[in-house]
Design a protein around this ligand. Structure first.
Ligand code: NAP
Ligand code: G3H
Length: 482
C-alpha cells in the first residue's frame, strides 16, 4: 500500500454514481504481470467508506426493484452496447492488468457483451406460479396462492482476477435485471478492468446507488462486507479456501460459490489421440493454465500412454511462450508467489520420480510449460490445483482406476473423456462426481447459457445465465383465502 501517487493513474471507487478517492489516502498499486510496470492504482477504502457503499446499495434497492423489468433489461442492452464500443480500450487494460493476450482479452469483452444481452432477454422471461390449496388433503380450492419471484435485495458480487470483466458481469447482470442492487468487489488485480467496465454501465444510464464499487484487499475488507447486515446474497468466484472462508462467515443468506478445480482428461484406448492431445494442450495451457476449468491432470490408459505423451510433447513444445503483450499463449503468471507455488509442485514431483517430458527455464513469474509423465498418487501435483502451466500425466490400467482417482480428489468442477465408444463415455460420465462432463472436448465453462457448477470443494449452487438469474430470486407467496 502507498500514499496517493500523482504520477500514476489512480482509479476511484463508486458510491451513488460519484467517483471518489478514499479519505484514507491509501492506494494499492497494480503491477502488470508482464513486466511489473505500474498499470495504475486503486483505492484502499476505509471501513466507513465500505459501509457507506453497502448502505447506498440498500437504499437504492426498493426503487430499482420497482423499476419496470423492461427498463431494467433495456439498461443491460445499453451496457452491452457501451462495452462493445470500449472493447479495444478494455482489451488493452485487461491485457496489461492481468497479463492476458490482447485477442483473448478482447474476446472476453465481446463475450461479456453477449452474456449481458442474453441475460437481459432471459430476465424478461422470468415467471411466477399459481397454485390452489386442494392439491393437499384439507387444503381446499378456496386457497389461491400466487408465487412471485422477487429479488433478494443487495447482492455482493466478488470476482477473481482471471476474467476480471466476464466473471464480474456474470454476477452483476443477472442481479440487476432481477431487481437486486449490487455491491461489487473486484479482485484487486483486476479492479481497474472492473472499474472500466462499470464506466460503460454509467454511460448506459446506471441509476444512482444501483451498483456501488468497493476496492481494497479482500483479506482486509472481505469479512466486513461478507458479514455486512445490508448484504442479502453473495455470489463469489475464486479460490476454494477463500470460498470456504466466506461460507463460514456469511450467515442466513444464500451464497453461490464457484471455486477451484482439478479437472481430469480421461483418455481411453480407442480415443482419437490427435484430437485428444490438441484439446488437452489448449485446455491445460491457455492463459498459462490460470483458468478454473483448465485441464489439470491427464489419466491415460497404459496401452496408448506412450503415443499420447509423444503427441502432447510435440504440441506443448510448439506453444508460444512470452509476454501477453507479444501475443504469447503461455504468459507470465499473475504474480511471483503463484509461480513459486507451481514450481514447488514440479520440484516435489521430480523428487518423487516423475519424468519431465518437456520444460524450460523460469524467468521471474514466467514459467515455461512443463509436461510431467509417470506422476503417481504420492506426488502433490496429482491432487493440488496448480492453476499454472504444468500438466501431470498419470498412467492407469483400467477405467475404474480413473473413476476412483477422480472420486477421491477434493474437487468436482468438470472432467473430459476421450473415446470413440459413446456407451463407455456415458457409463463413465455417470460415475464421475463433477458438475459437467465433456465428451471428446476440453473442459470449459461456455457457452455461457449452459448451467455451470462445481460439486465437492469446487462450489455450491449453479451459475450459467438461466441458473444465475434463478439464484438471484426467491419465492414470495401470497395466499388469497376465498
Ligand atoms: P482468490 O484469491 O480466492 O480471490 C477471489 C476474490 O476474493 C478476490 O476478489 C479477492 O480479493 C476476494 N477475497 C480474498 N479474500 C477474501 C475474503 N476474506 N473475503 C471476501 N473476499 C475475499 O482467487 P483468485 O486468485 O482471484 O482466483 C484464482 C482461484 O479462483 C483459483 O482457485 C480458480 O480455480 C478459482 N476460480 C474459479 C472459477 C469458477 O468459476 N469455478 C473461476 C475463476 C477462478 P483480493 O483480490 O483483493 O484478494
Ligand atoms: O476460470 C474460470 C472460468 O470460469 C473459466 O472459463 O472455461 O471459459 O475459460 P472458461
Amino acid at each position: 500500500m502507498s500514499a496517493v501517487n500523482q504520477n500514476i493513474h489512480t482509479h476511484p471507487f463508486l458510491i451513488d454514481n460519484e467517483w471518489r478517492e478514499s479519505e484514507s489516502g491509501k492506494t494499492i498499486e497494480i503491477l502488470s504481470p508482464d513486466d511489473k510496470s505500474v498499470v495504475g492504482s486503486v483505492q484502499a477504502m476505509s471501513q466507513a467508506e465500505t459501509d457507506e457503499a453497502a448502505r447506498a446499495s440498500k437504499a437504492a434497492q426498493e426503487g430499482w426493484a420497482a423499476t419496470p423489468l423492461d427498463e431494467r433489461a433495456a439498461l443491460m442492452h445499453r451496457w452491452a452496447d457501451e462495452l462493445e464500443k470500449m472493447s479495444d480500450e478494455l482489451g488493452d487494460i485487461i491485457q496489461r492488468e492481468v497479463g492476458k493476450g490482447f485477442s483473448s482479452a478482447k474476446v472476453e469483452v465481446i463475450r461479456t457483451a453477449e452474456l449481458i444481452r442474453y441475460t437481459a432477454e432471459q430476465g424478461l422471461r422470468v415467471k411466477g406460479e399459481f397454485m390452489t390449496g386442494d392439491g393437499f388433503p384439507g387444503g381446499g380450492k378456496n386457497k389461491k396462492a400466487m408465487i412471485q419471484k422477487v429479488p433478494h435485495g443487495v447482492v455482493l458480487a466478488i470476482s477473481p482476477f482471471n476474467y476480471p470483466v466476464n466473471l464480474s458481469a456474470a454476477k452483476i447482470a443477472p442481479a440487476l435485471v432481477t431487481g437486486n442492487t449490487v455491491l461489487f468487489k473486484p479482485a484487486t488485480q483486476g479492479a481497474i478492468s472492473g472499474i472500466k467496465m462499470i464506466e460503460a454501465l454509467m454511460k448506459a444510464g446506471l441509476p444512482e446507488g444501483v451498483l456501488n464499487i468497493v476496492t481494497g484487499r479482500g483479506s482486509v475488507i472481505g469479512d466486513f462486507i461478507v458479514t455486512h447486515p445490508e448484504i442479502d446474497m453473495i455470489s463469489f468466484t475464486g479460490g476454494t479456501k477463500t470460498g470456504q472462508h466466506i461460507a463460514t462467515q456469511a450467515s442466513m443468506i444464500p451464497v453461490v460459490l464457484e471455486l477451484g478445480g482439478k479437472d481430469p482428461a480421461i483418455v481411453l484406448e480407442d480415443a482419437d489421440l490427435e484430437k485428444a492431445a490438441s484439446e488437452i494442450v489448449s485446455g491445460a495451457f491457455s492463459y498459462s493454465g490460470q483458468r478454473c476449468t483448465a485441464i489439470k491432470r491427464v489419466l491415460v490408459m497404459d496401452g496408448v500412454a506412450d503415443q499420447l505423451v509423444a503427441k502432447l510433447k510435440e504440441k506443448v513444445e510448439a506453444l508460444k511462450v512470452g509476454k501477453a503483450s507479444e501475443g504469447a499463449g503461455v504468459v507470465p503468471m499473475i504474480d511471483d508467489k503463484s509461480a513459486d507455488y507451481v514450481e514447488s509442485l514440479i520440484e516435489d514431483a521430480k523428487d518423487k520420480g516423475a519424468d519431465v517430458v518437456t520444460t524450460g527455464d523460469r524467468q521471474k513469474n514466467l514459467l515455461h510449460p512443463t509436461l510431467l509423465d509417470n506422476v503417481t498418487e504420492e506426488m502433490r501435483v496429482a491432487w493440488e490445483e496448480q492453476f499454472g502451466p504444468v500438466l501431470p500425466v498419470i498412467r492407469i490400467s483400467s477405467v475404474f482406476e480413473a473413476i476412483d482417482l477422480e472420486k477421491r480428489n477434493e474437487f468436482g468442477l468438470q472432467a473430459s473423456i476421450f473415446t470413440r465408444n459413446m456407451e463407455d463415455a456415458f457409463s463413465i460420465a455417470d460415475k464421475l462426481e463433477v458438475g459437467t462432463v465433456q465428451l471428446n472436448g476440453k473442459t470449459s465453462r461456455g457457452p455461457d447459457h449452459l448451467p455451470f457448477l462445481g460439486v465437492k470443494n469446487s462450489g455450491q449452487g449453479v451459475q450459467g445465465i438461466g441458473r444465475s438469474i434463478e439464484s438471484m430470486l426467491r419465492d414470495k407467496v401470497t395466499v388469497i383465502n376465498l
